[in-house]
Design a protein around this ligand. Sequence first.
Ligand code: ATP
Length: 280
Amino acid sequence: MNVLKLSAPAKINYRLDVIRKRPDNYHDLRMVMQRIALHDEIEISLSGPPGIRVSCSREGVPSGPANIAWRAAEAIVSRTSKETGVDIHITKNIPVAAGLGGGSSDAATVMMGLNTLLGLHLPDLELMSMGLELGADVPFFIFGKTALAEGIGERLTEIEGVPHAWLVLVNPNIHVSTAWVYQNLQLTKDKVVATLPKFSNRISDICSILLNDLEPVTIGRYPVIGEIKEMLREKGAAGVLMSGSGPTVFAVFENENDAQKCHAEISGLSSWFSVVTHTI
Ligand code: ATP
């Protein structure tokens, strides 16, 4: 086998508490992270002359070493003495700089795919620690389960009983820099976080925890995000929140019909990116 075609799913954050700023300038977080069906397609092949080559279908996303998938491939290739050519093509479906973790998921998928193709058998824990060097969300995508993520995102615990949900995602075609959001976050003292409730497969469990400490920062700069939230609430969503550092907003629905109905009502209104998807 020398070709693999893989899906790299996006994520949403049902919860994002910022606990404190650390001396190394990172932030200690507590996040509830959920993978969703919206995904990039990654084709990896071992072929051609030695070296790593990355191409991407989306204009504006870098090819070559500036692509996080290239750095992920390099990290894995450095673990083998085999001289090999690696070609990676990314078909981008996940909006970029959107709070959906697209780049991190591409990187995680490349690491797992190359681990298989090169027969390295590196354990997931090792891949996760290598992935953390590339980005704080990379370990979550290797972990591969709905998770409580603590620290900068590297301490992962599976959360059981989180219900399947239908989602409408709306992104007003704005790129938000995660670094900018954290720089503009005003923290006075350490946040004391309440224990999360036990999940028992009810949509109301999700809705009861929806909160994102980064939301006021991003909405302060882009008020349209607040307007999108309001509109999705009016269309009957059970819960609405911005994901990660934004600007993508997700609306939670119990069934596909209600999600499709909401999507149909909003999709003609503007040139915003919107899609119906679901948790995986
Ligand atoms: P997060 O939620 O982890 O902050 P995000 O969804 O906000 O991530 P990404 O889509 O990962 O952000 O993109 C962030 C930046 O990384 C963009 O400026 C983009 O040009 C660059 N980038 C490099 N490689 C990739 C990739 N494979 N996919 C998307 N963006 C990439």
